[in-house]
Design a protein around this ligand. Structure first.
Ligand code: URA
Length: 423
């Protein structure tokens, strides 16, 4: 094969053969296919798609580009959760220790944020001393002793995806169901988890803006997982509104700790418990009610052990940003809409995210909401507080929020659950 032949097949709307896919993924990983050739192919896939058989082969080729991990030596069953990314999505933080406290091993290989969606590792790095990098031996030991580990994915897992995702990110080729599904599932299958629960986000703050696309993405991933022997299920959840009341690294850690302490915003608690129930069911432990394990403090104990095991001090005060600005209501009304994309963009501009890989993020930066959907507010009442170390960024963050929060004169119906569907 050669690269131009493979690109032309997909450009002209054809199907890629198994051997074309195996060749191009391997050759790109070995630098035989150039980045400009792979980006042309990725764009042809964005425009012309891939069928189920092509997607399965593409996923398999990316898995075979690296190592596979093996958790079979653990005494506990393994369950993992993956979210397609949202604003204020700190669910991994309370979820991993909660499910681990129910007797399951939870290996959460996580990433750093790019764009307006935050990365779990960036959030945890707000905790003084906490380290994301563990080798495989340390990870297995922590899974056996503590039950939960949240750490950086080693470079050995699906290296073809790592390289391709970075390329897609700068060539406008992220938004493709076949490419997103194969990217996520190659990493999860290579990781070796026995079961997987997917949280597929829908709405302005997500990759998938509408429910039909999200459902198609979820079905594609569930099929790929099951074909590889991983018990895979998915929830479709609302990302039109940010999750919880915070977007930003230390702010989100503080909110996660509130949930572990038995409080926290209703939507974060609802989704944490729903995902925990799916994870427990997937390993045959639906006899355990995670609400009890959250309420009696066992999840909090596990969180503290998990943070300490990775060098963090669970009692250390979290960093605060030096500058804050409060945004107040200009009129009386009811909160009808809080746009996830607007809040995500504002948090990003305040310094919570990065615009290039490798940039440092501000631990204290972000947006703190003081109101939720449906709340009645009075003129002058604080709606949100913006936090940053770099006050020169405030005007652009405020601009992002311009149409992000809408008040209506009359109470409007608001969502009663963040869960839209289950697959
Ligand atoms: N997350 C991934 O890991 N890959 C994608 O393609 C999109 C989101």
């Amino acid at each position: 094969h050669d690269a131009v032949e493979v690109i032309a097949t997909k450009r002209d709307g054809g199907r890629l053969s198994g051997s074309q896919i195996d060749w191009v993924v391997d050759a790109y990983t070995r630098d035989v296919v150039a980045p400009e050739q792979m980006s042309a192919l990725a764009m042809a896939i964005v425009l012309n798609g891939m069928d189920r058989e092509e997607i399965a082969r593409w996923t398999d080729a990316m898995i075979r580009s690296g190592q596979r991990m093996d958790f079979s030596s653990l005494s506990r069953p393994t369950a993992d959760k993956h979210s397609t990314g949202g604003v204020g999505d700190k669910i991994t933080l309370p979820l991993a220790p909660l499910v681990a406290a129910c007797g399951v091993a939870v290996p959460q290989l996580s990433g750093r944020g790019l764009g307006h969606t935050g990365g779990t590792l960036d959030k945890l790095e707000a905790i003084p001393g906490w380290r994301a990098d563990l080798d495989n031996a340390a990870m297995l030991e922590q899974l056996d002793e503590v039950g939960a580990v949240i750490c950086a994915a080693g470079t050995g897992l699906a290296p073809a995806d790592k390289k391709l995702y970075a390329l897609r990110d700068v060539t406008g080729t992220v938004e493709s169901i076949p490419l997103i599904a194969s990217s996520i599932m190659s990493k999860k299958i290579a990781e070796g988890t026995g079961s997987l629960v997917l949280d597929v986000k829908v709405g302005s703050g997500a990759f998938m803006k509408d429910l039909d696309d999200a459902r198609e993405l979820a079905r594609t991933m569930v099929e790929l997982g099951r074909a590889a022997g991983v018990d895979t299920r998915a929830l479709l959840t609302d990302m039109a509104t940010p999750l919880g009341r915070t977007a930003g690294n230390a702010l989100e850690v503080a909110e996660a700790v509130e949930v572990l302490a038995g409080g926290g915003p209703e939507d974060v608690v609802e989704l944490t418990l729903a995902l925990a129930r799916e994870m427990l069911a997937s390993v045959g432990r639906d006899d355990i009610d995670p609400a009890d394990v959250l309420a009696d403090g066992r999840a909090m104990d596990c969180w503290r052990a998990m943070i300490s095991a990775q060098g963090g001090d669970p009692d250390a005060p979290l960093p605060h940003a030096a500058d804050i600005q409060v945004v107040a209501a200009e009129e009386d009304g009811y909160v009808a809409r809080i746009d996830a994309m607007a809040v995500g963009l504002a948090a990003w501009r305040l310094g919570a995210g990065r615009s290039r890989p490798g940039e440092t993020v501000q631990a204290g930066a972000g947006v703190e909401l003081h109101v939720g959907l449906g709340d009645r507010v009075r003129r002058g009442q604080p709606l949100m507080t913006l936090h940053t170390e770099t006050p020169e960024r405030l005007p652009r963050a405020l601009a992002a929020l311009d149409d992000g929060l809408e008040l209506s004169e009359q109470p409007t119906p608001v969502r009663d659950s963040v869960i839209l569907d289950r697959i």
